[in-house]
Design a protein around this ligand. Structure first.
Ligand SMILES: *Cc1c(COP(=O)(O)O)cnc(C)c1O
Length: 354
């Protein structure tokens, strides 16, 4: 089986070695050390600075998005949400459910987010921006620097869902002034699903979280941060995933973050270059290294997805709704090489030539 999906993704052999062990009891100094080591490496890779706070949550990425919104904002805020696909839309739904005032920048499918789209909301009293920096449903990578400047100019809190982008595209929490960075185990970390992490800037912590009662028990950042000081969590964490995480972060640290990012870029660029051998085409907007959306001119995207699954045990990522027939997405996260790209392109050629 080979996964070109967007979570879970193709995992590494060293992760399977960790995953086959007994899950230990975790209220111990030994486990605390593992958590604290993960905390340090995550802050290093996110360029988060030494005052940043790390929250380890046992939930999927959406849980971490919701936790961030309810711990950091309330009905006195006025948020701006970039709704450029299903994940951006999810942020808007979360604000809706929790009664947090917000407006959306709705991007029509296939269009790039432009500076003018964002600056139309300049100087209008917004208190925060919520963005999925790679909108995984379309693969569009937004301009983090431009959004960062907009937030700085307007004194806005900057929340970045980097669930598919962290460790696939360059990101710099301090330089961009990111106040909350969200990511999950099953995407670029290439681990099993169930662990999500939020890094908070010291400004976010002191101004928005510290001492503020949260309207949630399970997802309360204050209790997570208090327990986190000694490398613990308030409730049973995804213990096995924390060990998978420690192992993965050590591997990335050994190869160097820059090499990891260079590899991700090489694999994504290589795949896109090989598309010239096929009738498939790319969108016009900027793309994340995490995923390549492909247009099928003959409207047979879904059939190709099914054929690859049934006959070759190869999984690409289908689209839903209106785009099911014309678009599939190829994920590059996890254990992928240019050899895998070659194999997939050859399969596309074979199936499309039938
Ligand atoms: C995968 C993903 C999520 C979260 O999805 P879950 O199914 O809840 O893990 C959120 N945002 C983005 C950008 C994603 O890629």
């Amino acid at each position: 089986m080979k996964l070109f999906t967007l979570g879970p993704v193709e995992m590494y052999d060293h992760t399977f070695e960790v995953a086959k062990k007994q899950v230990p009891y975790f209220r111990t100094p030994e486990f605390s050390e593992v958590v604290l080591e993960c905390d340090g490496l995550l802050r290093k890779f996110a360029k988060a600075g030494s005052d940043a706070k790390t929250v380890f949550l046992t939930c999927s990425g959406t849980g971490a998005m919701e936790a961030t919104v309810i711990n950091c904002f309330d009905e006195k805020d006025k948020l701006l949400v970039i709704d450029g696909g299903s994940f951006g839309h999810r942020f808007a739904q979360i604000c809706e459910i929790h009664g947090i005032p917000h407006d959306v920048i709705k991007l029509p499918y296939g269009t790039a987010l432009k500076k003018e789209d964002v600056y139309a909301f300049d100087g209008k009293g917004y208190t925060g921006l919520l963005v999925n920096i790679d909108e995984t449903s379309t693969g569009q990578l937004y301009d983090g620097k431009m959004l960062s400047e907009f937030c700085k100019k307007n004194g806005m809190i900057f929340v970045v869902d980097a669930i598919s982008s962290f460790l696939a595209d360059p990101i710099d929490m301090e330089d961009w002034g990111i106040d909350a960075l969200i990511f999950s185990s099953q995407k670029s970390l290439a681990l099993a699903p169930g662990l999500s992490i939020v890094l908070l800037s010291s400004r976010m912590y002191t101004e928005r979280v510290q001492g503020k009662p949260a309207k949630t028990m399970y997802l309360d950042f204050n209790s997570h941060i208090e327990n986190g000081k000694r490398g613990q969590t308030p409730f049973t964490p995804a213990v096995r995933l924390i060990y998978e995480l420690q192992d993965m972060l050590r591997h990335i640290d050994a190869m160097g973050l820059e090499s990891k990012l260079a590899h991700m870029k090489e694999v994504a660029d290589d795949f896109r270059a090989r598309l010239a051998e096929t009738p498939l085409s790319l969108p016009e907007y900027p793309l994340s290294n995490a995923v390549t959306p492909l247009y099928f001119p003959d409207g047979n995207a879904y059939e190709v997805y099914e054929t690859l699954k049934k006959e070759y045990d190869v999984f690409v990522t289908p689209n839903g709704g209106d785009l099911a027939k014309t678009v599939i997405r190829v994920g590059h996260l996890g254990n992928h090489t240019v050899e895998d790209n070659k194999m997939l392109i050859d399969l596309f050629k074979k199936v499309l030539n039938r």
